[in-house]
Ligand binder design. Structure first.
Ligand code: NAD
Ligand code: DAU
Length: 335
């Protein structure tokens, strides 16, 4: 099988490429990534020289480049490439629309033109909006995105649906909850808090710290996508979640405890505008229909993640130099 994986130098994409090469050593992967601030070839070091992996630096909004890649006999496209950070989408929504909406349409068009057998859109539970204290998102929940990021992901999802309904393209959409694990860029909650705690810097908790997320170890997300590629039924959406609801303060306190750092590092800062209160996923469809089960327990997954960041200080040092510092000055300046 020949896969075109987009965004494969980012957090989940790089974990997925490594997972697939190990699980299916005979598959060929073309990995296309524009290498934005979030893309990092260093994430792929362990597969350097693997003849079944080809990296191409290109932008998914470039129709000519995507068409040329897809016509190299690609069977399946897995689209991870996206602008992925909610806070950045509040500062600069335009690039989110360009990559997450237009980029998805460009890839769908290339898939349709060159007879790709399946298109998998890696989406997010954030397209469903927010929950109150009870309830779970199912695949039938209405799309009610609240941030420019989640709206642009919902826009991409709707185009995927339209290419199935209108042109008969074989598609699947996965909607996953919050991932954590190695190689996550330290603008997201868990790696940011690990990094700040290690440097004895303040840990900025938004609002009252009681917003709830459902956490899933990245390798469990990879195994879900692998199953969807092979067994997903045409046009179906599959929710993916860890059944690990935690509020942000619980997550941050556990990191401090694991690192032996004081709770006095926690600083409450101004809330994120439009901050979704709670996400929780009903993942029973993918379990029932495709046989997916998460393997990692949250407590051990977090410990493994912390150990990875402790063992890779050079990775952290390189990704947090330069533009990273400028971003954080803008992001937290009025908070
Ligand atoms: P990430 O920001 O770490 O990686 C995104 C990758 O896409 C980067 O390598 C970047 O260089 C690349 N990219 C961005 N714009 C591009 C463009 N125009 N053309 C080509 N490449 C481009 O993101 P992530 O956390 O790994 O998320 C991957 C996907 O999974 C996204 O689609 C995201 O919406 C989805 N998702 C993420 C989570 C999560 O918790 N991180 C949960 C559910 C779904
Ligand atoms: O639910 C899936 C989504 O999870 C993905 O689609 C997104 O790509 C991914 O970024 C993530 O979105 P969140 O907004 O939930 O993740 P983030 O790590 O930015 O924030 C998690 C929670 O922590 C959220 O309630 C905001 C809070 N937070 C975050 C940061 C960066 C803080 O309190 N302080 C912070 O400094």
């Amino acid at each position: 099988m020949k896969l075109l994986v987009t965004g494969g130098a980012g957090f989940i994409g790089s974990n997925f490429v490594m997972y697939m090469l190990e699980k299916h050593p005979d598959y060929q992967i073309i990995n296309v990534d524009a290498l934005t601030y979030a893309g990092n070839l260093e994430n792929l070091k362990s597969i350097e020289g693997n003849a079944n992996h080809t990296f191409v630096k290109a932008d998914i909004t470039d129709a000519k480049a995507m068409s040329e890649l897809v016509q190299q006999g690609v069977d399946v496209i897995v689209n991870f490439a996206a602008e992925s950070h909610v806070d950045r989408s509040i500062l600069e929504p335009d690039v989110f629309v360009k990559t997450n909406v237009l980029g998805t349409q460009v890839l769908l068009d290339a898939a349709k033109r060159h007879g790709v057998t399946k298109f998998v859109q890696v989406s997010t539970d954030e397209v469903y909006g927010t929950l109150g204290e009870t309830g779970l998102f199912t695949e039938e929940s209405p799309l009610q995105p609240n941030s420019p990021y989640s709206s642009s992901k919902a826009g991409g999802d709707l185009l995927v649906r339209a290419y199935h309904e209108t042109y008969g393209l074989n598609v699947n959409i996965t909607r996953c909850s919050n991932n954590y694990g190695p190689y996550q860029f330290p603008e997201k909650l868990i790696p940011l808090m690990i990094q700040n705690a290690l440097n004895n810097k303040q840990l900025p908790v938004y609002g009252d710290g009681l917003n709830v997320r459902d956490w899933l170890f990245v390798k469990d997300h990879c195994s879900a996508i692998d199953l969807v590629i092979h067994k997903g039924q045409p046009g179906e959406v599959y929710n993916v979640g860890g059944n690990n609801e935690r509020n942000n303060l619980q997550v941050v306190r556990a990191i401090l405890e694991e690192l032996g750092k004081p709770e006095s590092l926690i600083t409450y800062v101004k809330d994120r505008p439009g901050h979704d209160r709670r996400y929780a996923i009903d993942a029973s469809k993918i379990t029932r229909e495709l046989g997916w089960q998460p393997e990692y327990q949250y407590e051990s997954g977090i410990k493994e993640t912390i150990r990875w960041y402790l063992a890779n200080p050079e990775w952290m040092e390189r990704v947090t130099s330069g533009a990273y510092q400028d971003y954080f000055q803008t992001q937290y300046k009025d908070r």
